[in-house]
Design a protein around this ligand. Sequence first.
Ligand code: NDP
Ligand code: 2IT
Length: 446
Amino acid sequence: MDILIKEFMAKIESRNAHEPEFLQAVQEVAESIIPFIEANPKYKKHKILERIAEPERVISFRVPWMNDAGEIEINRGYRVQMNSAIGPYKGGLRFHPSVNQSILKFLAFEQVFKNSLTGLPMGGGKGGSDFDPKGKSDNEVMKFCQSFMTELYRHIHADIDIPAGDIGVGAREIGFLFGQYKRIQGEFTGVLTGKAAEYGGSLIRPEATGYGVVYFAEEMLKTRGESISGKTVVVSGSGNVAQYAVEKCIQVGAKVVTMSDSSGFIHDPAGIDTAKLAYIMELKNVRRGRIEEYAKKYGCDYFEGEKPWKIKCDIALPNATQNELDAPDALLLVQNGCFCIAEGANMPCTLEAVRIFDAARVLYAPGKASNAGGVAVSGLEMSQNSLRISWTRDEVDSRLRQIMHQIHEACVRNGRVDGDFVDYTRGANISGFIKVAEAMIAQGIV
Ligand code: NDP
Ligand code: 2IT
């Protein structure tokens, strides 16, 4: 089996040299899907995995705009339309200086499996730009978004490709993007998700990814007769996903002791409570400040340039970015007694870190399963837009809980290995793969 995986990866590597994040994501999937394909030869004959690993389309474009000083700036925009076998392309937009084709292809590839797992009819895509929103005025962000959409609009549509938010793209950016799409296309449709409630957004969409991660962690803990209540939780990130994961942890009685940003992390041994979280939301979403200010305000420790994985905990929720948790971090977590890791970010744990979690037989869930709540509620936003109705918070939240429960069941069904141990990566990959593969076979060689 190792030889088959190596042969497959050698071909992928030769076609995608210099794309390390994309290769990492494909490698992880290949390790669980190739043995499954060997046991189910029809997928081999149709070359499904080879086809899934090749984007249907990669669009790259110039985004010129004028900053407040009157200078012209040039960024690069992308949309990766990865797979449309089970529905229109669906996935977020990331605005961050690190954005490149490799990162967006890895995210789009992961999205194909994630979206399939939700059970909703959504294909996979991802896009974004190397634009850095940090330190930019609202006016500059609007100018950038308008220029970005002036090209992107021709590639998207409510029935073709429906972008949403990701790192650096939140309610403000979605608003500017939607306004420009509507202006150019002359159409008020659900072409973006993550919209504000006043113009077609779904209630619970801002909360969905973070809440969903905690719902998923609860499902995992249940398999060991445990619950999240009373547990100590280490969280990385302080953006959209982290904020609402912390909110849900507080609601279910867990103690969150860390949050971070790209400069460092805060450690609050007393736990982040509702008032402190409200401070973080104002700090990050309104003032757009640094997490270090929290330590000053509440008199706790701040670790400049460090990650929170050395803090003792029961549960770890990596909610910032890819490859933020490596093998030494994983070892430290396990040695300190951490027994449940649920990814809110996409691919935050390196392949080596995941091997350490699996060898230690702790509960580990890959983002494509545990962070699927965000795109799931995006799918529900699309349904509400098509129906031209809005569901209540309770309605959306209960559907979200149900979807996270079903994803967990699918992971257990296809991921149970020796005895009771569940390999959630394998479970998620196989469950996500089957639906896409069957749809691709039915649709012929396209
Ligand atoms: P935000 O932009 O709201 O927040 C991102 C957070 O991660 C910030 O705290 C940011 O710190 C930190 N961060 C970003 N890049 C880095 C980096 N290179 N190194 C260290 N820290 C970093 O994004 P989201 O919360 O929306 O996204 C977080 C993760 O969750 C991403 O992996 C995203 O793909 C994933 N995700 C998001 C979903 C959503 O619905 N939004 C859905 C599913 C997954 P700083 O402010 O200093 O940059
Ligand atoms: O990674 C993700 O799933 C997202 N950024 C959300 C995508 C979406 O379409 O809501």
